[in-house]
Design a binder for this molecule. Sequence first.
Ligand code: ZN
Length: 326
Amino acid sequence: MTCSLIFFLLFASPNISFGKEMSEEEAYQKRMELYKRVELTTQIPWYYIAAVDHYERSIRFVRKDIPKPGGITGIYIKPVQWAGWLNPNQTNPSLPSIELFNGFGIDGNGDGKANMNDDEDIIYSFANYILKYGIDEDHFRIALWNYYKRDRAVGLIMEKAKLYRHFGKLDLNAKTFPIPHRFNYSYRDTWGDRRGWGGRRIHEGTDIFAGYGVPVRSTCYGIVELKGWNKFGGWRVGIRDINNTYHYFAHLNGYAKDLHVGQIVEPGMLIGSVGSTGYGPPGTSGKFPPHLHYGMYKDNGYSEWSFDPYPHLRQWEWSDRKKRKN
Ligand SMILES: [Zn+2]
């Protein structure tokens, strides 16, 4: 329980640090204004800037070796990179000295300084870096690869950009309970229970019991990353959301028509139906009562781990109910 609470605090609210000064809504609005301003002057699509910014912010929340984001933007540029590697004045470099030492920083807000703590200066500096490559998708990818030197980082940023572009907004955190409320279902916290079949495994998820054919919906905004058979999970779907959390749906009876890998989904969208597939070769069904196995996984760029979805399911069920009443 303690473990899941920590995960909840870590991942439920990426904007927790400036909750006091600014509401989440205001932060989204301010960020969008900034991205649109950059787009207007550089022609770099706002969703590219937004995707990089979001990626950097999420990394800063899980890494201990770099400071937590304090402003609107999450992009972090090391002082030495900002000032230029050979610049003797690393902490408070002047604009001419940054230029002289070929530093990363530029003046974005027009005050004649390149301030590494100013949101506009930071974001325009990154935009300036992108412009050296080009603003179309291929050149943007190359720019990202040269910056991060990691395929995974490039892939995640491109997925985020795809979601932002499709939905035209930054707030893609809304969630929905996977089973529509009008159907009978039941579930309890079974995190860590032992599983018999296929050797000793612990139960990494929550089982939601419901009848065959009951609709299963996407819980989040995201992209379908996996669709297919596995001897444990039967017919499965995996969806990655904007915060790089992976949502796993198993033992499905079947899939929604036309559901495919790479598809963009949103909370409440039909993805399949409840079944009892799994525990054998493709098509095996009926070895246990029908239920949806729901799992959640987090990835920090180095490793992936599962966490208890139960408290989240409870919260989404509750917020769905509240929405219906309003
Ligand atoms: Zn299960």
